[in-house]
Each structure stands twice: as C-alpha cells, then as structure tokens.
Design a protein around this ligand. Structure first.
Ligand code: SF4
Length: 81
C-alpha cells in the first residue's frame, strides 16, 4: 500500500488514499495481469497528483502509482527529459 511509503502513518492520508482501503493486490498485480482495476481506483483518488509525483521522484519501478503503470511512468520520464 502506497500510503505507508509516502508519509508516516497519518489518519488523514489513510482516509484519502483509496488503495489503503482496497489493499495492495490491485496495485501490484502479477506480471501480465490487468492493471485496469487499480487505475480505476486511482482515478477516484484525491491523492493522485501527489502519489504520481512521489513515484516519479523516487523512481518507483513496480506497481500502479498515481494511476499510471510502471511502463507508463517510464514513458512519462522519458518524455519529460
Ligand atoms: S493514486 Fe492510486 S496508488 Fe496513489 S494513493 Fe491513490 S489509490 Fe493509491
């Protein structure tokens, strides 16, 4: 669950991070499985911009962060340079 990584335990953050409520399974799917469900949850999450920014800044390689898969984040990093 990403909220544990981004900030220390904080009730406000946990209440806002939808992945904290659904559990990590959607966000770290087995290789080749669909990330559609994780993206759907991220799309409704208020923390999405901060989450994506954190993942890019910290070079998170695995799982869905801020609504983007690892491949999409890689593509974003490449076009940002
Ligand atoms: S944007 Fe997605 S991965 Fe990030 S905190 Fe929200 S639900 Fe979790």
């Amino acid at each position: 669950m990403h909220f544990e990584t981004i900030t220390p335990a904080d009730d406000t953050w946990q209440a806002q991070a939808l992945c904290a409520q659904t559990g990590p399974d959607f966000f770290f799917p087995d290789p080749g499985s669909s990330v559609r469900e994780a993206k759907r949850i991220c799309a409704m999450c208020e923390l999405r911009p901060a989450c994506l920014e954190y993942a890019l800044a910290n070079d998170e390689r695995f799982g869905v962060w801020g609504g983007l898969s690892e491949k999409e984040r890689l593509a974003l990093r490449r076009t940002a340079h």
